[in-house]
Design a binder for this molecule. Structure first.
Ligand SMILES: *[C@@H]1O[C@H](CO)[C@@H](O)[C@H](O)[C@H]1NC(C)=O
Ligand SMILES: *[C@@H]1O[C@H](CO)[C@@H](O)[C@H](O)[C@H]1NC(C)=O
Ligand SMILES: *[C@@H]1O[C@H](CO)[C@@H](O)[C@H](O)[C@H]1NC(C)=O
Ligand SMILES: *[C@@H]1O[C@H](CO)[C@@H](O)[C@H](O)[C@H]1NC(C)=O
Ligand SMILES: *[C@@H]1O[C@H](CO)[C@@H](O)[C@H](O)[C@H]1NC(C)=O
Ligand SMILES: *[C@@H]1O[C@H](CO)[C@@H](O)[C@H](O)[C@H]1NC(C)=O
Ligand SMILES: *[C@@H]1O[C@H](CO)[C@@H](O)[C@H](O)[C@H]1NC(C)=O
Ligand SMILES: *[C@@H]1O[C@H](CO)[C@@H](O)[C@H](O)[C@H]1NC(C)=O
Length: 339
């Protein structure tokens, strides 16, 4: 802040009329500078006065003299309205309109017909969840987030009923019939009559998805994914390591409450007998997954290749490498052959 003494030596200080309040420079006002007198003219000090921070924002730049600039930013969640940059002009005023930081808000998105929007905050990044009344299926996004443009990330979903109503007359003795679409069961009254006292008989029906129940797990297998047991759900199976199935691994819940197909039959993988060969001994009689068979050559024979005496059954039902062979040793054979 300038003080009075800082300007004590000046014969004249220009004070531009402006809106700044009680600016100390004005107390030194002695008259207007003569722009024609040139070099001998006293210095001119112009101040625009200090600018305050916008609420929920920030200001960069503290100078208030002619030519000074102030840059404004808003805190996250707020959008800047007005000037991003203001400059102190020769007329002693800051350029541009005032800067304001307004909270980014999307407002309540409304409720879907036959549904509800759950959420109490509707500002930037807030999330609302959409749900449908019982008996109605949500179509569209089940949640939305308030974006920086003040719009929700997705539109309201629609809640679709799984049934229909027959009858458009609502006067005394009128009859309404309700039915559900395939895969849905009616709970409540299938028929309702308008009574003489102005109320409807029975209970308002809802259409509930048929349940197929637990599809079960096969022996030597497991469920790898499932989205429920109601109509149109599916379940995916897989066999344990070392087991395989030739059947389908996916089942669907049908409209009549049964799962398609059967749970897969998981059978142990087998590579089969690798076969015997002369001049060697075989160890191992189980040829199923991950089991090994080892070989040893009879005396007088050498194994080829010498480093692979053991083979292992892989998940592809094949041995991990071909079985070794036993080659006759010329010297040994000679030794044992009659002379
Ligand atoms: C909606 O929110 C309320 C509380 O805010 C909670 O009690 C209710 O379970 C919510 N409903 C759903 C469907 O998420
Ligand atoms: C919306 O649902 C999510 C999970 O599905 C939950 O964490 C969040 O609290 C819910 N919000 C409201 C407002 O119900
Ligand atoms: C209308 O009449 C029915 C039976 O006749 C009764 O069960 C019902 O409660 C009545 N409703 C009202 C609103 O009076
Ligand atoms: C259920 O529906 C399937 C076809 O969707 C059909 O093949 C099967 O026979 C039906 N089962 C019963 C018990 O109606
Ligand atoms: C092979 O081993 C498996 C278990 O590792 C066993 O279930 C199977 O009965 C065995 N087969 C024979 C022929 O021994
Ligand atoms: C195969 O057998 C070995 C032991 O011989 C065991 O360490 C390994 O875990 C088994 N692998 C599988 C996939 O069962
Ligand atoms: C096959 O499996 C056996 C036993 O696990 C092992 O000693 C041998 O190195 C394997 N061969 C190859 C080619 O991986
Ligand atoms: C035995 O020795 C002969 C030469 O002495 C050689 O040609 C032959 O390949 C050998 N046989 C084996 C099985 O090593």
């Amino acid at each position: 802040m300038a003080t009075a003494s800082a300007f004590a030596g000046l014969s004249s200080v220009l004070c531009i009329s402006g809106t700044f309040p009680a600016n100390i420079l004005c107390q030194f006002h002695t008259g207007h500078r003569d722009s024609h007198t040139g070099a001998g003219s006293p210095p001119v000090v112009i101040s625009c006065g200090s600018l305050s921070f916008p609420p929920n924002g920030n200001k960069i730049g503290t100078l208030t003299v002619y030519g000074a600039t102030a840059i404004f930013t808003c805190n996250s969640g707020y959008t800047l309205v007005g000037s991003h940059v203001r400059e102190c002009l020769a007329n002693g005023l800051w350029s541009g309109p005032e800067t304001r930081c307004l909270a980014i808000t999307c407002g309540h998105p409304g409720n879907p017909a036959h549904g509800l929007t759950n959420g109490s905050e509707f500002n930037l990044n807030d999330v609302v969840n959409f749900t449908c009344s019982p008996g109605y299926l949500l179509q569209g996004a089940s949640r939305a987030q308030c974006r920086s443009n003040g719009q929700w990330s997705s539109p309201l979903p629609t809640c679709r009923a799984h049934g229909s109503r027959l009858g458009e007359e609502f006067k005394a003795k009128s009859l309404l019939r309700f039915s559900c679409e395939m895969g849905y069961q009616l709970r409540g009254s299938a028929e309702r009559t308008c009574l003489l006292n102005g109320s409807w008989s029975g209970l308002q029906p809802v259409c509930e998805a048929v349940s197929c129940g637990n599809p079960g797990t096969p022996a030597h297998g497991r469920i790898v994914s499932s989205d429920g047991v109601l109509f149109s759900s599916s379940v995916v199976y897989a066999c344990w390591d070392g087991y395989r199935t030739s059947g389908l691994t996916t089942r669907h819940c049908t409209a009549n409450g049964t799962w398609t197909g059967t749970a897969p039959d998981c059978t142990l993988i087998s590579c089969g007998d690798p076969g015997t060969l002369a001049n060697r001994i075989q160890f191992g009689t189980n040829f199923t997954f991950n089991k090994t068979v080892s070989y040893q050559c009879n005396p007088g024979y050498t194994m080829e290749p010498a480093t692979s005496p053991t083979i292992r059954c892989t998940k592809d039902s094949t041995w991990n490498h071909s079985k070794p062979t036993c080659k006759g040793d010329n010297l040994s054979i000679k030794k044992f052959s009659p002379m």
